[in-house]
Design a protein around this ligand. Sequence first.
Ligand code: GLV
Ligand code: MN
Ligand code: MN
Length: 419
Amino acid sequence: MEISINKERLLRDLNAVSRIGIGDHGSVTRLVFSIKELRSRQLLIHLMTQAGLKIHIDRIGNIFGRWNGANPKAPAVLAGSHLDTVVQGGKFDGPVGVIGALEAVRTLKENNVALPCPVEVVCFVGEESSRFGFSTLGSSLVAGVVQKKDLANAVDAHGTKLEDILSSMGIYRDNLASIKRDPQTVKAYLELHIEQGPILEAKNKKIGIVTSIAAPSRFKVVYAGQADHSGTTPMEMRKDALVAAAHLIAYVEEIASQHSDTEKGRVVGTVGAMKIEPGVINAVPGKVELSVDIRSTSAEAKAHVARLVKERAHQIAEQRAIALEILPIREEEPVPLDDSLLPLISEICERKGIDYEVMPSGAGHDAMQMAKITCAGMIFVPSRRGISHSPQEWTDPEDICLGAQILLETIVRVANEKN
Ligand code: GLV
Ligand code: MN
Ligand code: MN
């Protein structure tokens, strides 16, 4: 007998999550460790309790809702994503994977599907880097891959250090490994997510099966010139840090565009945040801090472009006789996902007559960290016009439901077939 998810319940719960942090034009903002993000996690705990899942919350706040199968001691199949968002993001980036997994497990449980191992619905804390520049925080800790040095420059726009928040939860530089999950207890990790790109829509495909995830090189560039009076300082006597930054921003666009060949692992480069001091109309900007995010599925192409950007940053500083500091944030390698899942998910789609696309992910995901400790796979559903990290992000509810159904069937196959 084919069992089906309850679409109405899935969409109801997704809507309930998206009402937390709703803002202008239907945007959603739930930055990591904000009250809104905490409330979304509380709602999930409530939904997991209602579903009769056994809840475990680790020290950073990652939530695991477990349904024990016939053999509670066996390694579990994990499925989930995140509930935190960017600033003014959409409803679906993250929650589709968490609530989709919850719906899949609720359906399995109420149909008394006998599985040989437990299944856990997972919500990872702090997947988005919008607050601290640090992405996939919760899953990186679960995978045991956070290094002391990664925390050094993780500071939010108000000067709050990530390290201080972590230490308030008993997580310190010397016990970062304590949150790591024993890989022996995990059989696989599956993540349903919106594509956040235009490929599926353009090809009229309903499902994407992800092969690899592009990883970022991230660093801050700080130009320190001289703050000065905007009326009295002659142009030739200025040390304008913002003009230096402007040249670098234009270079990031130029050099990434020159490396956009998909065959060689398309590189993308973004300066998405900037702090200007003093940041007023009547002063020459004395100090500017900008964030650089360079990504590719090719480690070589990414490293090459990142090196060129840093060299250019130095050149600009020398030409303008201003000081420069480059602060590393995080350096990550592109991650291949488990290729044994590809034929398995393809087969599920083919049996149902669903046209799917095999594709890489340009966006980062918790799966990229979980892939370091277990067999990890991702299922994409289409994003309207490819838009995401924006209030205009949208996925057809029918596509979300289809994705959750494919996730359910994948969980069953992985639980039964994979060792
Ligand atoms: C996560 O959404 C990212 O920034 O890739
Ligand atoms: Mn995102
Ligand atoms: Mn996401």
